[in-house]
Design a protein around this ligand. Structure first.
Ligand code: COA
Length: 250
């Protein structure tokens, strides 16, 4: 299995599972193998009593540059997109236990939308959140078209998801997309301490509280499917292929 994403259980933070992007040479772009490994880790977290919280982390200066463009290109050229992305998104959206995340630097595409399914996100001030879906001739994913307007209102949702405007960490916090901002050097420690603190809480009370706060997730799962249909169709469009070729050529 790929080492481009690492699944860790740090001894110093009992009850915490870490999903760590580990592909810095490619800005932590996410491949099908990485989605599969992350989906598996989330499934394991659902059934393993020793895991109480999952934490997503990236590398220095980069959370993730989103879906791997080579995979997008392969699909545009007629290949199979596979089920890995959707399986991951559904595991993320229906996770039974808390998920936290730490962002330092780039958070693009799914590197931004992943946090909509996290319960607490801490980002460094130098972080940038951006979803250039439409610029790539694609459409929003991860139920972001449902969740961002709900969290941040129509105008900010449109700015992020349709206009592809970058959000600074302060703007993302103001929009309710992340919880708080911390120093770049402190992100990992703060996120892990936060996760360990949650892991110490009475699990059943935490589970019920989280479910009450998150509410019914059937609309989120349905939106993931609806978006995926448009996404798959757009991936095969001439305008998307032109955008991927432009990225490859740059
Ligand atoms: N998929 C695959 N490879 C990617 C990638 C992605 N999403 N993002 C970056 N990379 C790779 C680059 O191809 C490059 O690889 P190389 O050194 O083998 O050429 C390496 O990561 C470094 O990227 P580079 O573009 O040189 O760094 P940069 O600092 O100038 O720019 C980004 C960083 C993230 C702004 C730029 O790479 C980018 O726009 N990436 C695409 C982001 C995107 O649109 N994602 C999909 C969202 S739906």
């Amino acid at each position: 299995m790929t080492d481009d994403v690492l699944i860790e259980r740090p001894e110093t933070y009992p009850g915490v599972q870490v999903i760590r992007f580990n592909r810095p040479a490619k800005k932590n772009a996410i491949t099908r193998d990485m989605y599969a490994k992350m989906a598996n880790a989330l499934t394991v977290a659902g059934t393993d009593d020793a895991i109480r919280v999952t934490a997503f982390l990236g590398t220095d200066g980069c959370f993730s540059a989103g879906n791997d463009m080579t995979d997008f290109m392969a699909f545009a050229m007629g290949g199979s997109m596979g089920e890995e992305v959707i399986t991951f998104l559904k595991a993320l959206a229906s996770a039974a236990k808390p998920i936290v995340s730490g962002v330092d630097g780039l958070a693009i595409g799914i590197g931004t939308t992943i946090h909509l399914h996290c319960d607490l996100t801490i980002a460094s001030a130098r972080s940038t959140f951006r979803t250039p879906f439409v610029d790539l001739a694609l459409v929003p994913e991860a139920a972001s078209s449902l969740l961002v307007p709900r969290i941040a209102g129509h105008q900010r949702a449109f700015a992020l998801l349709a206009a592809g405007e970058p959000f600074t960490a302060a703007e993302a916090q103001d929009a309710g997309l992340i919880w708080k901002i911390a120093g770049a050097d402190a992100i990992e420690e703060e996120v892990l301490a936060l996760a360990a603190n949650l892991a110490k809480k009475p699990p059943e009370a935490l589970r019920i509280a989280r479910n009450l706060i998150r509410g019914d997730r059937s609309d989120v799962l349905a939106r993931i499917d609806e978006e995926a249909k448009h996404f798959a169709a757009q991936l095969k469009s001439p305008e998307a292929r032109a955008a991927f070729e432009a990225f490859m050529r740059r």
